[in-house]
Write a protein that binds this ligand. Structure first.
Ligand code: PGA
Length: 251
């Protein structure tokens, strides 16, 4: 069985002013004075802070990521940011297809796939988000919905480049609710099987599958220990250095 180095990514969402870099300083201190983290640590701040996070995080091994990217490299797309811009600012990752983007901006699987391709093209590692709504889970469709999202949101280029999958049940995001450990294990096993099916065992077994949705200091240890959970995508709890560090240390 291939071992995958775990990765913990913080998604600051639309939170963070320059003052929030104090949290990054504190996180860097915790990471460099405590036991060396077993996880790759990524912080995805708002676009305005990507360059600062990349620069400031470098000495403590914190890597920077964007929260979204446009499908094109440049052009007349007011307000958007391209994967090349994120890379130019020092980012190494880009979240694509987060459920808030899918819901607030009507992003489809096809668009998410194109964004993931754009990220790969710019040299970034896309963190491709999938996850069912509560109604879909209640209707027993969670696995089939996620399976369909995987087919359409992950580009074929994932066979040759590094991508990361984040399973985030929509109903668990920002709600303080999480699926049972058994449900997480079942979904991650299903995702793993589909990745192996599509990309072959050698590749499919090396793709990280993160869990996201109310991952907190109090539940991180047990969730991150579940089979095929190769790290986490953390929203609310990534805003405070201490909480985020506790989650990183739970790996
Ligand atoms: P949450 O968000 O940890 O606040 O639930 C997770 C996410 O949206 O990535």
């Amino acid at each position: 069985m291939t071992t995958i180095s775990p990765l913990i990514a913080g998604n600051w969402k639309m939170n963070g002013l320059s003052q929030s870099l104090d949290e990054l300083t504190e996180l860097a201190q915790l990471l460099t004075t405590g036991e060396a983290p077993r996880a790759v640590v990524v912080v995805c701040p708002p676009a305005t802070l990507v360059a600062a996070v990349a620069t400031q995080g470098a000495s403590s091994g914190i890597l920077a990521g964007g929260q979204d990217c446009h499908v094109n490299a440049s052009g007349a797309h007011t307000g958007d940011i391209s994967a090349y811009m994120l890379a130019d600012a020092g980012a190494q990752f880009a979240i694509v297809g987060h459920s808030e983007r899918r819901a607030d901006h009507g992003e489809t699987d096809d668009q998410v796939r194109a964004k993931a391709e754009a990220a790969i093209g710019a040299g970034l590692k896309p963190i491709i988000c999938v996850g069912e709504t509560e109604a879909q889970r209640d209707a027993g469709q969670a696995e089939s919905i996620v399976a369909a999202q995987l087919v359409s949101s992950i580009p074929d280029a994932a066979g040759l480049h590094e991508v990361i999958v984040a399973y985030e049940p929509v109903w668990a995001i920002g709600t303080g609710r999480t699926p049972s450990n058994d449900d997480i294990a079942q979904m991650h096993a299903s995702i793993r099987a589909r990745l192996v099916d599509r990309f072959g065992a050698d590749k499919g077994n090396t793709i990280r599958i993160l869990y996201g949705g109310s991952l907190k200091p109090v539940n991180a240890r047990e969730i991150l220990a579940i089979d095929n959970v190769n790290g986490g995508l953390v929203g609310g709890a990534s805003l405070l250095a201490k909480d985020f560090y506790t989650i990183i240390s739970a790996v």
